[in-house]
Design a protein around this ligand. Structure first.
Ligand SMILES: O=C1C=CC(=NNc2ccccc2C(=O)O)C=C1
Length: 129
């Protein structure tokens, strides 16, 4: 199975950048997310994320992962689930689906609290290389 290393700098099709740090022994990881799109009058801050990656499976496929972004500029949270894929040229992509939960003032507004979508992340060459 071609290895897919989550660690490093990734960008999604919105232009948001995400840095994933080294995995801990138990598959947990952390990182930071710099959004390119969140509509907010406040200056965009980098937001922390925490995630978990499954251990290698027995079916010769890439393991699944999930992570949560704690947006620092809004009362909202995004959770991503996904899997990494490596093409025959070795190009890695993170195919993800996400749920964005925005805080609402009352249960009457919960119907509009959750958005869903997909994002594909591709690796940005890191400066060290
Ligand atoms: O309060 C908010 C409002 C919009 C946001 N959009 N960013 C996203 C939401 C889902 C998936 C990716 C992103 C992104 O910024 O890349 C984030 C926080």
């Amino acid at each position: 199975l071609r290895p897919c290393d989550l660690q490093g700098l990734w960008r999604n099709e919105l232009g948001s950048n995400m840095t994933l740090l080294a995995l801990d022994m138990d598959g947990t990881f952390s990182g930071s997310y710099h959004t390119a799109v969140a509509a907010t009058d406040k200056q965009i801050l980098v937001s922390p994320l925490q995630g978990v990656l499954q251990p290698p499976g027995t079916k010769g496929q890439q393991p699944t992962f999930g992570f949560t972004v704690q947006w620092q500029f809004a009362d909202s949270t995004t959770v991503f689930v996904g899997q990494c894929f490596v093409d025959r040229r070795g190009k890695e992509t993170l195919e993800t689906a996400w749920l964005l939960r925005e805080g609402v003032p009352s249960r009457r507004d919960v119907w509009k609290a959750t958005s869903v979508g997909t994002n594909v992340f591709t690796r940005l060459p890191n400066k060290m290389e």
